[in-house]
Design a binder for this molecule. Structure first.
Ligand code: BGC
Ligand code: NOJ
Length: 811
């Protein structure tokens, strides 16, 4: 069942009922200022950091899900309704929500009044703009009232939820003409404030939530709206809100349009006050004056659309498969940009007050957006590397506002260092910009111990070399990619074990997954060394890689698949010797991607085992058999009920690893089969089972052991976005950026047919035509570059050209 449809021409998903199985959201904002917005107008806004600079309040774990948002109420006689249905839930005569790229549109119709909202954040300004157009579709004159509504958050969203004894006394607002100022804490710790304004003379305002709603009413029955009149209260403490009242008369066929602006303003410390006690509002005035008319709005909206169209055109495919076209050209790249901005901080499943930017997460996200915004990728790499420790290990997370490592979580995830190599290598392969390697980058933000980025990579590499266990495999530490595989926990307190990490842990448990990573990214490190002319270091690195391959072959192979790990007692994890958790997906994907077992046939065996033991119709599960009881020696992974999350869920993030691994052994049919199973567009028509948004990936789909097999959870902020884009663009379609130039080597299903890709690479546009006359799955027989046949798969980069025309004919 579907709840809408894709409108590819407009790059929108059109939701045709507000009653989707879960809130289906969109993200507004390209840099610094962001809004999460659901299909019923729920959501919240923040500046830079969802925890520290939260502008509007969202209500977690509420009894009706998704309460609080940017609401507009319309009072038409006794009927009160919202164009996005919530919060009154008055049945609409018609409803539509179009989530587009960086904007959303809502159209609600009730009793002959149509309310159309368009909302977005302009590229350069910290402001969310909403154009509200009210139209009388009937034959008689209508006198209606429009009310806006947002509830302010008192900035630190964490404290806002907990520190009532203080917070209920600190709220401060001010109203000048049609602008409501939220200035809580400005008098002491802040130099910023928020504004909510409309480009018309208002007929009233409200800034006190209790006055607006009535102390015992919910947002569905706001007393002032029912009364039809706001009371112009200036809130003092309690719960400050912003609401405007506009009385609107509409003749038959007449429309009226208003532009609302919700903005963030930051003053320089020495420019805080206009005169003692009076906030300097110069910047607010300047910001709002830019968006006073419908024309201003439309111009900024057109500029945003142009920005996105240009960005998304950097990789464009035309094939006969509409799902691939749609996901590659629009939604997958868009999701990659959202993960760039959000990492794992703010979604409807990440509260914005827990995790900030993840070290491994953001390094992997980079793989999906580096071709879109290379300059910002460069900055991101430096930010991430600045949180690394001198021994090569790293803070697991950092706050986006401060860019400082989060010491509550600390370090000890032993895969983290290698992801820095992965991200940096992807950046250099994409851009050719080796100057980044010479940048001076601090450790733990301490400039006095800074070194070159290249030295950071060396320390990442050496962290693994210097932390090996009894089988010469890398120590896992607190966990590797699988956060829940906590093999060094000895807590006496059941339920606490996966929180019991400490620096003394990690002497014995080892990870075959990190070993695979070391082979893959160790080689990429060696390539960078060679590129920088350090052949001795490259040779040393490759010798270490060879040793690791031997260790995997000796103790990381289980006969039919790769072992997952060794626990702290040196027992195998992910082996046929185990009762449960006999086979895990991660080492199969990573080791084969690294090339381990490709020549001796073990790769094929491992991938056949994956198909036989882990496959389901909804995707490939992370492990089997699921753990049915809690194992202290394995940690959080066994705390989940069978079939969910890391305990045998379909963890979408590593499905593309299997798909990529399949391309490494040339099986395009199977690679594509794996790709399709979790691909949102392919499964749109089972939205009632899948439940999350059909235009983006979710972190997990419940596995075969789960009660709700096929149900997805935790949409949007997942490494799945970057890895699926890497998979489809670089491995299945086969356009892979190397240090020397673009490589063209597709691995598609036999029936995929011919296709064309436009790829902007280092400023040059490549028009690539791929022909597959003999319906093979892999292999390029001839590669014509601007009419000349070249040897091999790599088109040497030539920056003097603007366009390169390529014709690849498969064998
Ligand atoms: C989840 C993991 C996640 C981790 C983050 C765990 O509860 O299962 O998927 O990576 O929390 O701390
Ligand atoms: C989600 C986390 O963000 C990611 O870092 C981790 O690799 C996966 N969960 C698997 O545990």
């Amino acid at each position: 069942m579907k709840y809408g449809f894709f409108d590819d021409n407009n790059k929108e998903y059109v939701i045709t009922t507000p009653k989707t199985p879960l809130p289906w959201i969109n993200y507004l904002g390209c840099k610094d200022f962001f809004t999460l917005l659901s299909n019923t107008c729920g959501g919240y806004t923040f500046y830079k950091d969802a925890k520290l600079l939260r502008m509007t309040r969202y209500r977690y774990n509420d009894t009706t899900p998704d309460t609080n948002g940017k609401y507009f109420y319309i009072k038409d006689g006794d009927t009160i309704w919202n164009p996005g249905w919530q919060p009154t839930k008055t049945e609409l005569d018609s409803y539509e929500c179009r989530h587009g790229i960086g904007y959303s549109k809502f159209t609600g119709v009730k009793n002959d009044i149509e309310a159309a909202l368009v909302t977005f954040v302009p590229f350069d300004d910290p402001v969310e703009l909403t154009k509200v157009t009210l139209t009388n579709k009937g034959n008689t004159k209508k006198d209606i009232t429009l009310f806006s509504y947002v509830e302010w958050c008192l900035w630190n969203a964490d404290d806002d939820m907990k520190n009532y004894q203080r917070n209920l006394s600190i709220g401060e607002v001010e109203v000048i003409d049609s602008t409501i100022y939220h200035k809580t804490e400005y008098r002491e710790r802040r130099n910023h404030y928020a504004v909510y304004s409309v480009n018309a003379k208002i007929d009233g305002f409200e800034t006190s939530r209790d006055e607006f709603r009535g102390a015992y009413n919910g947002p569905d029955k706001p007393a002032a709206v029912i009364e039809g009149k706001l009371h112009n209260t200036i809130a003092s403490g309690w719960y400050p809100i912003a609401s405007h009242q506009l009385n609107v008369s509409l003749n038959p066929g007449e429309s009226k349009t208003f532009v609302f602006a919700l903005g963030y303003v930051e003053n320089a410390e020495d420019d805080k006050w206009e005169k003692p006690g009076v906030i300097n509002k110069k910047k607010a005035t300047a910001l709002l004056s830019k968006y006073q008319t419908t024309e201003d709005f439309d111009k900024a909206f057109a500029a945003l659309n142009a920005y996105w169209n240009d960005l998304l055109s950097k990789f464009h495919i035309e094939s006969k498969d509409e799902h691939v076209n749609r996901m590659v050209n629009i939604w997958n790249q868009y999701q990659c940009m959202v993960t760039f901005n959000m990492s794992r901080s703010a979604s409807y499943y990440e509260t914005g007050i827990g995790r900030g930017m993840g070290f491994r997460d953001s390094c992997q996200d980079l793989l999906g957006f580096v071709h879109l915004i290379p300059d910002r990728a460069r900055e991101r790499i430096i930010d991430i590397a600045s949180t690394q420790f001198q021994d090569g290990s790293a803070y697991h997370q950092y706050q986006p506002l401060t860019k400082k490592g989060n010491s509550d979580i600390g370090s000890g995830f032993n895969d983290d260092p290698l992801w820095l190599i992965a991200g940096t290598s992807a950046y250099i392969r994409e851009t050719g910009d080796t100057s980044i390697l010479n940048e001076t980058v601090p450790y733990d933000n301490d400039m006095s111990v800074a070194t070159s980025l290249m030295e950071h990579l060396k320390r990442s590499f050496d962290y693994i070399v210097n932390h090996k266990g009894p089988h010469d495999l890398p120590l896992i530490g607190r966990a590797d990619w699988n956060d829940c595989l906590n093999l060094n926990c000895f807590s006496e307190h059941p339920g606490e074990s996966f929180q019991c990490f400490g620096p003394s842990e990690g002497p014995v448990a080892e990870s075959v997954f990190i070993a695979g990573m070391f082979v893959k990214y160790g080689r990429e490190y060696a390539d960078l060394c060679k590129l920088m002319g350090d052949n001795a270091e490259a040779d040393r690195a490759l010798a270490e890689v060879d040793k690791m391959i031997k260790a995997i072959e000796k103790d990381g192979w289980d006969g039919e698949w790769f072992v997952r790990a060794y626990d702290a007692y040196s027992h195998k994890v992910g082996s046929k010797e185990c009762d449960e958790g006999q086979i895990y997906i991660e080492p199969q994907g990573m080791c084969v991607m690294a090339g381990v077992g490709v020549e001796d046939g073990n790769a094929k065996k491992a991938l056949d085992s994956v198909k036989e033991k882990l496959d389901t119709k909804y995707g490939v599960m992370i492990l089997q058999p699921a753990y049915t009881r809690y194992h202290l020696e394995l940690g959080e992974i066994t705390s989940y009920p069978p079939g969910y999350k890391e305990n045998a869920g379909i963890f979408c993030h590593n499905n593309p690893w299997i798909s990529i691994a399949e391309t490494c052994i040339g099986r395009g049919d199977r690679a594509f089969e794996v790709y399709k199973k979790t691909c949102p567009s392919y499964i749109e028509d089972i939205s009632e089972i899948h439940r999350t948004e059909p235009y983006v990936y979710s972190q997990m789909v419940a596995g075969a052991d789960a009660k709700f097999h096929g149900e997805a959870k935790n949409s949007w902020l997942t490494g799945t976005a970057a890895w699926t884009f890497t998979n489809i663009s670089q491995y299945i379609l086969g356009i892979y950026p190397t240090l020397e130039g673009l490589s063209v080597n597709p691995c598609t299903p036999a029936e995929f047919g011919d296709f064309n890709v436009t790829r902007v690479y280092r400023g040059v546009t490549y028009n690539i035509e791929i022909k597959n006359p003999n319906k093979v799955q892999k292999g390029v027989a001839s590669l014509l570059v601007d009419g000349k046949e070249i040897e091999g798969n790599i088109i040497p980069f030539d920056g003097s050209k603007k366009t390169v025309n390529v014709v690849a004919t498969m064998k």
